[in-house]
Design a protein around this ligand. Sequence first.
Ligand code: SF4
Ligand code: SF4
Length: 164
Amino acid sequence: MSFTISDKSKLVDRRPMTFKDKIYLPAILGGLKVTLGHILKKKATINYPEVKREFSSTFRGLHILNKDEENRERCTACGLCALSCPAEAITMESAERKPGEEHLYREEKYAAKYEINMLRCIFCGLCEEACPKDAIYLTQTFAPANYDRKGFIYKKEDLLIPNK
Ligand code: SF4
Ligand code: SF4
């Protein structure tokens, strides 16, 4: 695509360089003055990941799926968290508990598959609010960097923690 300017009188003439501009020294000294002015000031940055910032107590980060005091999964795959999620980040598949699995799953249904796509999640906490079983919580940990998009899909095994 090419542009033409019909009225050349509207163009602003470039200011001719002065002797001071041409030797660059005042500009270099001006830049050094700014650098030196900041050298002794408190740094605004931190050496992450060696140093981590303290988050506010209301910070919402990565999710966990809770187990109960007998180490059984609390989640019943009711789907309320997925339904309340504005980013449609949660997917799950439910399954029926079989006889003999009472020590694994607290109720008759459980999530055979449970996934959260952290690239979609906006960490609003609505899933936590919606859960009737105290199964899902947002922690103060944030999603670490990853090399591909699949690494941001957290599966049930990544989210489950021992009873809390
Ligand atoms: S924190 Fe919000 S966006 Fe993230 S999974 Fe829960 S409901 Fe969805
Ligand atoms: S985490 Fe809670 S709201 Fe979500 S499916 Fe499990 S029991 Fe239901």
